[in-house]
Design a protein. Structure first.
Length: 171
């Protein structure tokens, strides 16, 4: 029995659109912020659009900040001496990347490329400094969230390296 498309369209249109604050709250760096604090954050983030195959940032260039994928897909790549880049991550809506750049102007450790048209939410180092100066409590929460996120990524990377070395050691 064929379902009537009219009904699904009616119900779909009544779904609440996810707000910017909702999206940011699901990102570990910002997860400890209250709804009021998220509204402050909403005022400093930047919306960016990228076309399919457009480069978001390049490995070794100075980093400016992090991105949250609101819509689309992004690949994070590592240049390799063979000439073929290695895909480190295939990211999609709700994922985030580039957070190390919030700590300063250090070089990017990888390249990020949009795999399809993307809407990204940018939060940059100057934005963090502004929040730290104007709203120290919010800035402290973001800084602690950033520290927890980086520590978790470091633990994950250490586990991955341990597995690689265990495999190599058993051969």
């Amino acid at each position: 029995m064929k379902s009537d498309g009219l009904w699904s369209n009616i119900f779909r249109s009544k779904r609440k659109k996810e707000s910017l604050a909702d999206i940011l709250h699901h990102i570990p760096v910002f997860s400890e912020l209250t709804p009021m604090e998220l509204r402050v954050l909403e005022k400093v983030v930047h919306m960016r659009n990228y076309r399919s195959d457009e480069t978001i940032f390049v490995e070794t260039e100075p980093g400016a900040g992090m991105y949250v994928i609101q819509n689309g897909r992004v690949n994070v790549l590592l240049n390799h001496k063979s000439g073929s880049p290695i895909i480190l991550a295939e990211l999609e809506k709700g994922d985030f990347f580039g957070e190390m750049a919030l700590l300063g102007d250090s070089a990017r450790s990888a390249t990020a490329i949009a795999q399809e048209p993307c809407e990204l939410i940018g939060f940059f180092h100057p934005d963090l400094i502004e929040i730290l100066n104007l709203h120290p409590r919010i800035g402290a929460k973001i800084s602690l969230g950033l520290a927890r996120t980086l520590a978790e990524r470091l633990r994950y990377t250490s586990e991955q390296l341990r597995e690689i070395w265990d495999i190599r050691g058993s051969q």
